[in-house]
Design a protein around this ligand. Structure first.
Ligand code: ADP
Ligand code: ASP
Ligand code: MG
Length: 416
């Protein structure tokens, strides 16, 4: 039995008409002889609506109950889609994560997958041609419902594809694949035919929400080829796969941006051993992801420590940072800025080439964009700027490194 996993995002299941496009994709896979495991997201906007409801009802929504609430978004999608298939005579049924089960830890709102009982699905495929599973959700060891974090249906799909030995995991969305930058932000963005897991990981972690980061981690770890493509066209999309020589020819393959950023500074903290640990340990314990970190040179025994964190975590971050300042004593004080955004240039070719950072800085200077913070990895450079310049910065760096001509070397001939 050959199984294929197809995941459809929120915009693809937002209306009955769009679900009919989803149905066409599923039927096309059936026509090729596959048993199909469909993984669905909640209808576009539904998860936000449910989260807003939780915050309206409760000043401090209980995390476990919030997961019970937001998981209903995916439950609606799978039931409606299974009805549609059955009405067309397809042998299909829906499945919630706890019916499979997909086991996770108990970090409500950001649970991690521990295991999947793939046998349940394999047995059901003896009776059904299409199984429609809820993305984004799982079940912890106490039997409680969990959710995997925003965009988590991508992770559900890749994990299920790996558990079932699916030929590839198809991620259907509202764009035709992974582009050199967000096609909804920059009209010159071009579709990439192949991208390595590592580049995709950097893109996802730098804000390109076309794939959720943990889905790429999963795909890389278990070697699952991921095909990102459009629900609304038949064109080939982007294959996320192992790195090859052709990819190394490309210096910068994409520009990503992230507006969900805040900059936090702890001023006048003692410049003594252990202070960084005192600042960052409580943040890590609270599950706050800290990205860029800069420590200023010491002056009279004190220093300033600046870091960035997701804007959505700022309330929690401030509460913890205020407590840290109190504990550090002296003149330690806290400031923060929410009008910041991060732009990143990514490419495996950077491993063997220097000078990318200097070119990026010069391009931004030409547009009079001030650089607030910088961080680099082997295949990425990230720059923090004022949020109002983010579109200009994305276009400027895209134009500089990628442009409209064929600066990207990609081979589309061996893939269909
Ligand atoms: P879905 O609901 O299908 O999961 P998402 O909204 O999570 O879809 O992701 C698709 C969106 O990702 C696109 O509409 C696009 O605006 C955005 N995006 C950001 N960066 C990129 C990129 N480099 N390539 C393609 N899409 C991107
Ligand atoms: N519905 C969830 C969200 O909006 C998960 C997903 O769509 O992948 O984040
Ligand atoms: Mg998504």
């Amino acid at each position: 039995m050959s199984i294929i996993v197809q995941k459809f995002g929120g915009t693809s299941v937002a209306t009955l008409e769009r679900m009919k496009s989803v149905q066409k994709k599923v039927m096309a896979a059936r026509a090729k002889g596959y048993k199909v495991l469909v993984v669905l997201s909640a209808m576009a906007g539904e998860t936000n609506r449910l989260l807003a409801l939780a915050n309206e009802w409760s000043a401090n929504p209980d995390p476990a109950e919030t997961d019970v609430l937001v998981a209903t978004g995916e439950q609606c999608s799978i039931a409606l889609f299974a009805m549609l298939l059955k009405d067309s005579g397809v042998k299909a049924r829906s499945l919630l994560a706890h019916q499979i089960p997909i086991y996770t830890d108990d970090s409500y709102g950001r649970a991690r997958i521990h295991g999947i009982e793939s046998g349940t699905l394999e047995n059901l495929f003896n009776h059904y041609d299409v199984l429609v599973a809820a993305g984004f959700q799982g079940k912890d060891h106490k039997g409680r419902i969990t959710t995997l974090g925003r965009g988590g249906s991508d992770t559900s799909a890749v994990a299920l594809a790996s558990a079932l030995g699916s030929v590839e995991c198809e991620i259907y969305t509202d764009v035709e694949g992974v582009y050199t930058t967000d096609p909804n932000m920059c009209k010159d963005a071009r579709k990439i035919s192949h991208i390595s897991y590592d580049e995709m990981l950097e893109m996802a972690s730098m804000g390109a929400k076309v794939l959720e980061i943990r889905s790429v981690e999963f795909a890389k770890k278990y070697d699952v080829p991921v095909h990102v493509r459009s629900t609304f066209s038949d064109n080939v999309g982007t294959l996320v796969t192992k790195e090859n020589k052709i990819m190394e020819h490309v210096l910068v393959s994409s520009i990503a941006y992230d507006k969900d950023q805040a900059r936090v500074t702890l001023r006048s903290v003692p410049d003594t051993p252990g202070v960084a640990a005192k600042i960052f340990s409580p943040l890590a314990d609270a599950g706050i992801v800290v990205d860029m970190i800069v420590q200023n040179p010491s002056r009279d025994g004190v220093t300033d420590m600046t870091f960035t964190t997701p804007r959505k975590d700022i309330k929690k971050t401030i509460a913890i940072a205020e407590d840290i300042c109190k504990k550090l004593g002296g003149n330690a004080e806290l400031t923060y800025d929410l009008n910041v955004a991060k732009v990143s240039a990514i490419g495996v070719g950077m491993r063997n080439h220097s000078g990318v950072a200097a070119i990026a800085f010069a391009a931004l200077q030409k547009e009079n964009i001030n650089i607030m913070m910088i961080s680099t990895s082997e295949i990425k450079i990230s720059i923090l700027i004022e949020e109002k310049y983010i579109e200009l910065a994305v276009r400027t760096l895209h134009d500089m490194f990628i442009g409209t001509a064929d600066k990207i070397v990609c081979d589309e001939t061996n893939y269909n």
